[in-house]
Structure formats: C-alpha cells, structure tokens
Design a protein around this ligand. Sequence first.
Ligand code: CA
Length: 228
Amino acid sequence: MNARILIVEDEAGLARTLKDRLQKEGYAVSTARDGNAGMDAATREPFDLLILDVMLPGQDGLTICQKLRQLGSNAPILMLTARRQTMDKVIGLRSGADDYLAKPFNMVELLARIDALLRRAGPGKTSGPVRYQFGDLQIDIRSTEVTREGRAVALSAKEFQLLRYFVEHRGATLSRDELLREVWGYGGQPSTRTVDVHVAWLRQKIEKDPKNPQLILTVVGLGYKFVA
Ligand code: CA
C-alpha cells in the first residue's frame, strides 16, 4: 500500500506544490491548512508520515507534534520552518519530531528525507494515535480499555482485536474474508460466520441501539464498515 502522508501547511501554494509532487511519487497525500484542522486529521486517520509546518494558525506545528507523541503516535514527523536558528532545530527534535527542514528547501532534498524516514520506520511499524473517541465511545488501544458514556465496556480479546481493526481501517469496506484473515489469522477458523457472530456481539456492547447500528455498518453483499 502507498504510504499515507499528511501535510499541515498554511501557505496554500506550497501545500499544493508539495501535494502534487508527493502524489506523483506515489504517496497518498492529505492536506490541512491550519493547526486545528491538522490535529483533527492526524487523530482521525492513520498516517505513515506527517509534514508539519512550525508556524501555523491555530495550534503550531510543535504543539501538534508534542500532542501526537503524547497520544502515542509514532509516525515519523518532519518539521518545516521558515526560521533557520539552531534553537528551532533543538526544540523541533525535542518535541518528538524526527527531522527538520528549513524553508526554502529543495524538493529533491525533501523527497530524500521522506524516503529515509519511511524506510527507518519500516512498513507497518508506524501507528496512529492509541486513543480514539467516537461520540460516547472511547477506545484506548494500548491499555485495551473501552468505555461508553464513561462506563467500562467488557470485551473479549477477539472482540477488542476486531474493534481495533475496524477503527484503524475506518471508512473502508472490510470483507468477512479480510477480517477473518487479519483478526483471526490463518488458524483453521471454520467460517466467515464467525465474523458475523463477533460483529453482533460487538454491536451489543458498543452501539447505542444494536438493532440500528451507527458505528459498525453492514455493507450488503460485501462485509462491514466502521464509520465515525
Ligand atoms: Ca506557516
């Protein structure tokens, strides 16, 4: 799968240039124009790498970087700044950023840094935030705690793994075969009926009205989709 990159940059021209160029390189690119939208995007979707401008309207790039690290995200972060002082570099890296590039920069240099960061992170080693909130539902991936309306929801290990897979692939239609393969593994599981049963159990526990699910939707003939 193509690496997903989020660019948070308020200079529209630069953001567009970066997006076009990175898309040509085969990356899946999203952009946000200010700090709040950037933080929102970064905590809503999983990205393999983030490019954060330091000076942003709303919250600045360093703040976003620190918050994401506190949330447990380990996706590589490349900071962009208009200022060249060494001090900025130190602050940038202390904030949890992985690399730093001063504007104006050479596009080839940027591509090389992105390539190096993604290679160092390795496929599948990066992850999104470890805590998610969807309405009243809170999911902490690291502690495996799920709460709804502030009350703990008791899930079996398999239910939690299924929920986690849904959350980390939210918005995507997931076939029963994929869920069986990714959540149960090739362990001689008898049938895709197993998936349906676990989805039903999960809905009982996390949906307000399990008969009218708002989070785990059935996609007729295809599988399921987690929507937030
Ligand atoms: Ca800026």
